[in-house]
Design a protein around this ligand. Structure first.
Ligand code: SF4
Ligand code: SF4
Length: 246
């Protein structure tokens, strides 16, 4: 999927963008609020986002950053992407002062962290662990790279410090994610995407967008690409093979 094209199409019409964001905020409003000590321990990996969330993150988050902040963010994103199979990294949206650079438009996994019951939290972790194992097997089969055990076994501890108004059980958590999937389904029926899609990794999608964006600007000036996604992927493979567990 051409992420830049999709995001630009969502944000091109103020009317549509506002309508999607209204529905998005209705989902967010269903998350119980609570008191958080702001330790940022939950910001120690990348998260998944829906397309409507991603469009909101670009329009009302990334585009509002100062050029210097944006430059630093992009550097952290590239560094995260290149080394994510080798070592665990903090979410690159976290700045050096441990503040989220897109806090106002952070996606559902960030907003919901701390609200699920311990059972719901553990059951979600087991699902993620299974997905990671499947991914590790295919990474080794197709690329000969052993995913670092530190990455594979990484677990953010259940947060004891966030006190929500009430706890969410697994079905309530899944209900919130389903609403975002349905909202992205609207993009399909509105002709913005060609096939339904279920969430994606925030770092990879933002990286896709910024590479296309940089190349679009550069192409109009020099008719040449700065870097392609394929080149960056090759760099990631080389870096991971070099640092892979032997
Ligand atoms: S939700 Fe928990 S882990 Fe995350 S910042 Fe708040 S207190 Fe820290
Ligand atoms: S997007 Fe922001 S809130 Fe979410 S994990 Fe990253 S730094 Fe934390």
């Amino acid at each position: 999927m051409d992420i830049k094209n999709v995001i630009d199409r969502i944000n091109a019409s103020t009317e549509k963008k506002n309508a999607y964001n209204l529905l998005l905020n209705q989902v967010y409003a269903e998350i119980p609020s609570g008191s958080c000590v702001g330790c940022a321990k939950c910001c120690s990996e990348s998260v998944n986002v829906s397309l409507v969330e991603l469009a909101n993150i670009f329009e009302n988050g990334i585009s509002k950053l100062l050029p210097k902040q944006r430059e630093e963010l992009y550097k952290r994103i590239i560094s995260f992407y290149l080394s994510e199979w080798v070592k665990p990294n903090a979410c690159p949206f976290l700045d050096n002062e441990k503040r989220c650079t897109i806090y106002e438009v952070r996606p559902l996994p960030c907003r919901i962290f701390g609200a699920p019951s311990e059972d719901a939290y553990e059951s979600n972790y087991m699902k993620i662990r299974k997905q990671n194992l499947t991914f590790a097997k295919s990474l080794y089969t197709f690329e000969g790279i052993k995913l670092s055990p530190k990455v594979l076994m990484k677990k953010i501890d259940f947060c004891e410090n966030f006190i929500p108004e009430y706890r969410l059980e697994s079905d309530a958590v899944e209900g919130l994610y389903s609403q975002l999937i349905n909202l992205d389904g609207k993009l399909y029926f509105d002709g913005i995407i060609d096939e339904p899609i279920i969430n994606g990794d925030l770092v990879s999608w933002v990286l896709d967008y910024i590479i296309d964006d940089a190349n679009e600007i550069n192409n109009s000036l020099t008719n040449a690409s700065i870097i392609s996604k394929e080149m960056l992927y090759q760099l990631k493979l080389d870096y991971s093979k070099h640092h892979s567990v032997k």
